[in-house]
Write a protein that binds this ligand. Structure first.
Ligand code: ADP
Length: 479
């Protein structure tokens, strides 16, 4: 079975969030299961920097002019790179400039990703032809429309990593993109008078998945479907839409091998975690004391992540003499709030604004609790990393967070299935109560260790997940 992943990010080379972790981990896991898997990605500078040796495969005429396809290897996976410097040779984010303005030609840049992915099902590489194309998020959604326009030379699977991003563009671009005119309709690409690359994926893929069962359910409801809920319900009712939970790439995220930690540790030899904790306190300038409960946030600072709720709930943390280390970047008003709080309470709060992969590892290893108060969360990876590192997640009950974290309620503790702290409503008082519950458990070290041990034993490896995707590929080939 020949499978091609089409995506715009690939960790650690180019990453703005969890999507990159998935597009790096899933192909590797599928390879280990014996699948002939490759990936296609635009030739962003970070991709060429990480894959310096590439071979020319072919040049093809497209709506964006003559475009070359190159091929290299990264971590054992074959990578096709779309060589169109006039579209992709821009530093920083793949989607916007340094002032967070979306690039005006994103409609071309990401339609080209779809076009070139489709070419790989049509024989542009004489020695490798995709049978399944697995497209990720709106960036690769047009792959499914081009496959449909060419009568499906390969089967298409589309994964929603976040339904909040619709890839909306002016309908006047359609002709330029070599899409048949009749695709512009409600049963097609049209979405409220524009074209949506997300809808291209949702409508034209043979199969849709999203990254957790709960999120799959939530986005079929009016309150979280952004207007796509009807289409998603329809596809679900026809057995074309399901949720498959993301996992943890243990070659990168395991406390016993993580190259970014000062000391390794495991569930059976947990003492190393304390050394990581005091080293982290020292690094970020907080009082060094292993007995202080240390909370952490590693996140995009956006409305989705609910961190404004944390701003209001921090009194509980400060009053109970806890500490918070926050690493994140995003909306300036949230950055300013946390900067102010760190200045007011330097004994309790330390922040690092920006994106720092290595520090993220050290924080997740050194902290005691990961706070993830998201308004919605398709899957979430930081709670899974927290579990693997014995850093108990404190989460709002939504999407993948609801699927992976069980509260330290008395009944869950009794059954031995508690692995974190859960609150339900989008409300800072509820978050405060959850923080208070974390302090209560912390005061009982034997119980804390028991919960921590259970959390670290849980299996979120990509192996099982890869098998689930492969079963789905087989299902759509057989269909
Ligand atoms: P999302 O994809 O919505 O941003 P996820 O929890 O699925 O959220 O994935 C976030 C990923 O990005 C994790 O690997 C996390 O460690 C990483 N991350 C988020 N913010 C930062 C940051 N400021 N610095 C380093 N890594 C970060």
């Amino acid at each position: 079975m020949k499978v091609l992943h089409a995506c715009a990010e690939l960790a650690p080379l180019l990453k703005t969030g969890g999507l990159a972790d998935v597009t790096a981990a899933l192909p590797k896991a599928e390879l280990l299961e014996g699948i002939d898997v490759r990936l296609i990605i635009p030739g962003f500078p970070a991709i060429y920097a990480g894959i310096p040796h590439t071979d020319f495969i072919a040049e093809v005429n497209t709506f964006a002019g003559h475009v070359a396809l190159r091929y290299g290897q990264y971590q054992g996976v074959g990578i096709y790179i779309i060589d169109a410097p006039y579209l992709y040779d821009r530093q920083g984010s793949p989607y916007h400039d340094n002032y967070l303005n979306d690039y005006h030609d994103n409609y071309r840049r990401f339609a080209l990703l779809g076009w070139m992915a489709c070419e790989l099902a049509c024989g542009i590489d004489p020695f490798w032809r995709a049978e399944i194309i697995h497209a990720h998020d709106w960036h690769a959604g047009m792959t499914c429309a081009y496959l449909a326009a060419k009568c499906y030379p390969a089967k298409a699977i589309f994964t929603i990593h976040n339904l909040a991003f619709h890839g909306m563009f002016d309908a006047s671009h359609l002709r330029e993109l070599w899409i048949p005119e009749h695709f512009y309709q409600i049963y097609g690409l049209e979405f409220y008078g524009q074209i949506s690359y997300l809808k291209a994926g949702l409508f034209y893929a043979d199969q849709i998945t999203t990254v957790s069962p709960s999120y799959a359910n939530e986005i079929t409801q009016d309150y979280q479907g952004y207007g796509f809920e009807g289409l998603l319900r329809d596809r679900r009712d026809n057995m074309r839409f399901s949720g498959i939970l993301n996992g943890v790439d243990q070659t990168i995220w395991h406390p016993n091998t993580d190259t970014h930690l000062i000391t390794h540790y495991s569930s059976d030899h947990i003492t190393g975690k304390v050394k990581n904790k005091t080293a982290l306190q020292s690094e970020v300038g907080l009082p060094i004391d292993k007995n202080i409960l240390l909370f952490a946030v590693v996140s995009r600072l956006t409305y989705q992540k609910g961190l404004d709720l944390l701003v209001d709930a921090l009194t509980t943390l400060i009053e109970q003499d806890g500490q918070l280390v926050l690493l994140g970047c995003g909306e300036s008003w949230l950055e300013a709030r946390f900067r102010y709080l760190a200045e007011q309470y330097p004994q309790h709060i330390a922040i690092r604004l920006g994106y720092d992969e290595m520090l993220a590892h050290r924080i997740i290893a050194g902290a005691d609790v990961m706070i993830i108060p998201s308004r919605f969360e398709p899957c979430g990876l930081t709670q899974l990393y927290g579990l693997a590192y014995g850093t108990l997640p404190l989460v709002r009950f939504t999407g993948g967070l609801a699927d992976t974290v069980a509260d330290c309620s008395l009944e869950n503790l009794e059954q031995g299935i508690a692995n974190g702290f859960v609150f339900y409503e989008c409300d800072s008082r509820q978050l405060s109560f959850a923080i208070a519950r974390a302090f209560a458990l912390w005061r009982n070290p034997i119980l804390w260790k028991k919960v921590q041990h259970y959390a670290m034993q849980q299996d979120f490896s990509w192996r099982t997940i890869a098998k689930a995707y492969i079963a789905l590929y087989q299902h759509i080939i057989d269909y």
